[in-house]
Design a binder for this molecule. Structure first.
Ligand SMILES: [Zn+2]
Ligand SMILES: [Zn+2]
Length: 258
């Protein structure tokens, strides 16, 4: 009963074997994959993947890397995409000050607009935060993200930031980096976050967990993230898996068959 709440199966690195990968995930016990959109074209692909596969759900949104491509029509197009079947959130949206692929003021503007859209549509948000914790918290507060809640995906902040996010009704999601030997902070935060606020993801094809680092990632590898969180929190595997299913149902309002 594995859940991958953040995958990019629309990525071109799956173009040669996407259907086989999805089939393998089902065989390996993955019961739900949420495919995150990152641009308009990737959001459209996410929506069609969700239409074609019962275990896949979609989010639609513009990643901060692509914020520079957003114009006056972007919100309208996202609004119409968000009305499609199995779209469960607006995302991934946020700020990335590590790469700065879009100017920071543009990243902030597009992030704010998409939180506004999520509030209008009453959908939760999927937040990408890389080296931008202060501005992320400020914007989440100013734009009243607490009204819709959401998830801090592949969380890389401190315990204090995690607490502020949880106070705004956000879930904290962990990906491959929590398995890395040098990820002291991620392990500390995983130990701190209560299990009923925690989600698991791969962010595939990126961030492959230990022991498969260097290979292409895929949703089945979420099992390594699960194992590491169980080890850190001294939890039974079944207890974590059950709770993550419950959290996913609660946040995204979807029906996962057990
Ligand atoms: Zn991300
Ligand atoms: Zn992502």
């Amino acid at each position: 009963m594995l859940v991958d709440t953040h995958a990019h199966l629309d990525d071109k690195r799956f173009d040669n074997d996407r259907e086989e990968v999805i089939k393998r995930c089902v065989e390996e016990g993955v019961v739900c994959i949420i495919n995150a959109g990152s641009s308009l074209s990737s959001s459209i692909k996410a929506v069609s993947l969700a239409a074609e596969h019962s275990i896949i759900y979609a989010t639609v949104g513009i990643h901060p890397h692509d914020a520079k491509t957003a114009d006056g029509y972007t919100t309208e197009l996202l609004r119409s995409l968000a009305g499609k079947d199995k779209v469960v959130a607006i995302g991934e949206i946020g700020l990335d000050y590590h790469y700065d692929f879009s100017p920071r003021d543009k990243q902030q503007q597009v992030f704010r607009e998409q939180i506004g859209l999520a509030r209008e549509l009453k959908l939760p948000i999927v937040v990408h935060d890389r080296e931008a914790h202060g501005d992320i918290l400020k914007i989440l507060k100013e734009e009243r993200a607490v009204e819709v809640g959401g998830v801090m995906h592949c969380f890389s902040g401190s315990k204090e930031t995690a607490k502020e996010c949880m106070d705004m009704d956000f879930f904290i999601s962990f990906a491959g980096p929590v398995t890395f030997d040098n990820a002291k902070r991620a392990k500390e935060v995983a130990s701190y976050v209560p299990v009923d606020r925690l989600l698991t993801e791969t962010d595939c094809p990126y961030l492959t967990p230990v022991p498969l680092r260097g290979r292409r990632n895929y949703p089945g590898n979420v099992k390594f993230v699960v194992e590491e969180i169980c080890r850190i929190k001294n939890l039974e595997r079944e207890r974590l898996l059950e709770t993550v299913v419950d959290n996913t149902i609660k946040l995204f309002g979807i029906d996962i068959t057990r």
